[in-house]
Design a protein around this ligand. Structure first.
Ligand SMILES: Nc1ncnc2c1ncn2[C@@H]1O[C@H](COP(=O)(O)OP(=O)(O)OP(=O)(O)O)[C@@H](O)[C@H]1O
Ligand SMILES: [Mg+2]
Length: 465
């Protein structure tokens, strides 16, 4: 049984139940009202006769009461008889033959009659007014009214049921149609096409669900694209140093074989092999670190060390590369010895990643500099900045770049630079966060980039050795 049918059935059943109960309640109320109206009507008849009778006694015109009694009988089918008596004698009666007769002479069938009697005194004259109603006629009247009421109630109930069924069918359809549409899209997405969207544009819970699902699909699509990029980058990062190493080793073997192997050339070849091995090693370490960070197994060992010395050391490592790219490197004041409390090896990794990025994204003639900013008054954080005059990061990408495998569209300027895997900033951010610091980027397209992070200062002294 489909959801639409179940919904329709449930809502219709609910509507029918509510209508039946409220209809029944209304019917019972109306019936009581009619019964009460009939009683009031009878009372009115008796009262009007009493009124006319007192007038008649007052003006001593029995004929007035007589005419009215006859009139009442003629105009009200429920009135069987009515009379006015005084001092035990009938002075007016709907049946003229009882006029002036003693009251005891008039008899009627008590089982079929409802009698209303009123006693009044006009001046010193006691007057009694009696009206007899036919129980049968009254019952017929009531039955007629009830039947009218019941058929009205049934008609309205049927009409409401049809209307309720149509409305519940429409409501059920409006609920199930988007669900069916979502099911179709989910099926297509499950089949591997992550480009599909539900696009419901509804401002209710189903609309929110569809929007969330569309965002999830967009994110999955993005992840799929990142996965493809990552696989291609990983392949590239593994393949290119390995093939370089292989071809240099082949070359060296050949040179040894033909005995054409001057030591200087041999040293240059070994250096090249070493460089590619380091690149491979760095890449594998990055992947392992990212794995550790993601599984929460990443730990640091803090100790005090001077941060300027570390920055100078890192810059020395990049000197040769910077020279070959004609980029100027600038370091912090060599005499400054700002002590920070951190894991030196991990901070070296952060600085290496940042400086390597700056070199990668800075064109010839540019500058890459590392500086250390002392804590402000009352603050205990040192800020380490890596600035470059490179291509910059577009505003929209600045926060995203710190995510896992995230890379910008500002492709490396130097075709010889490694393609990268989008791990550098993610690892840097995780290391800084593990130290309780923050890392931020200030940049704009074509405006160069500043990436800075904070570290705790250390109060402990370190020996110069
Ligand atoms: N100094 C910079 N100037 C311009 N863009 C930068 C800079 N640093 C980072 N980026 C942008 O941020 C992206 C992410 O940097 P990240 O270091 O995480 O990855 P990567 O350098 O591409 O690869 P990997 O570091 O894994 O070799 C880069 O691809 C680049 O688009
Ligand atoms: Mg990088």
């Amino acid at each position: 049984m489909g959801l639409r049918f179940k919904f329709t059935l449930a809502i219709s059943a609910l509507t029918a139940t509510v209508l039946c109960f409220s209809g029944l309640f209304y019917y019972l109320m109306q019936r009581n009202l009619h019964e009460r109206n009939l009683t009031i009507q009878q009372d009115d008849i008796a009262n009007s006769l009493a009124h006319i009778a007192s007038e008649a006694v007052l003006v001593q015109d029995d004929l007035l009461a007589q005419h009215f009694s006859e009139y009442l009988k003629k105009t009200n089918p429920s009135v069987l008889f009515c009379y006015v008596s005084s001092h035990g004698r009938i002075i007016a009666h709907s049946d003229r033959s009882y006029i002036s007769a003693p009251v005891s002479r008039f008899r009627y069938d008590e089982r079929e009659t409802i009698v209303l009697s009123k006693a009044l005194s006009v001046g010193s004259t006691p007057v009694r007014v009696v009206v007899g109603f036919s129980e049968k006629v009254l019952d017929e009247n009531l039955e007629h009214l009830r039947a009218q009421l019941f058929s009205g109630f049934v008609n309205i109930l049927l009409f409401s049921l049809v209307l309720g069924y149509a409305a519940s069918f429409l409501l059920a359809s409006s609920l199930t149609r988007p669900v069916e549409q979502m099911a179709r899209v989910i099926k297509t997405a499950g089949g591997g096409n992550l480009g599909v969207r539900i696009n419901l544009h509804r401002r209710d819970e189903i609309g929110y669900l569809a929007d969330e699902f569309d965002s999830m699909l967009a994110r999955l699509n993005e992840l799929e694209r990142m996965k493809e990029d990552f696989v291609s980058a990983v392949t590239h990062e593994l393949k290119s140093p390995l093939s370089a190493i292989e071809s240099y080793l082949d070359l060296m073997l050949y040179e040894i074989k033909v005995e054409r192997c001057p030591p200087a050339k041999f040293e240059a070849d070994i250096k090249y092999v070493k460089k590619n091995t380091s690149r491979l090693f760095r890449f594998i370490s990055d992947v392992l670190d990212a794995g550790k960070i993601n599984s929460g197994k990443f730990s640091i060992k803090k100790a005090p060390f001077p941060v300027e010395a570390l920055a100078a050391e890192v810059l020395t490592l990049f000197k040769e590369r910077a020279d070959s790219l004609r980029i100027t490197l600038a370091g912090p004041d060599a005499d400054a010895r700002t002590l920070v409390m951190a894991d030196e090896e991990r901070i070296r990794q952060v600085l290496t990643n940042l400086v390597s990025n700056s070199l990668k994204f800075t064109p010839e003639g540019g500058t890459v500099s590392v500086s250390v900013r002392q804590p402000d008054e009352g603050d205990s954080h040192v800020t380490v900045c890596v600035d470059d005059t490179g291509v910059g990061i577009p505003e929209t990408d600045r926060v995203r770049m710190f995510g896992l495998f995230e890379q910008g569209r500002n492709a490396p300027l130097h075709t010889k630079s490694p393609k990268g895997t989008g791990l550098g900033l993610f690892i840097a951010k995780s290391i800084v966060a593990a130290h309780g610091g923050v890392i931020r980027a200030e940049s704009g397209l074509g405006k160069g980039t500043r990436i800075y992070f904070t570290l705790d200062t250390a109060t402990e002294e370190v020996s110069d050795g």
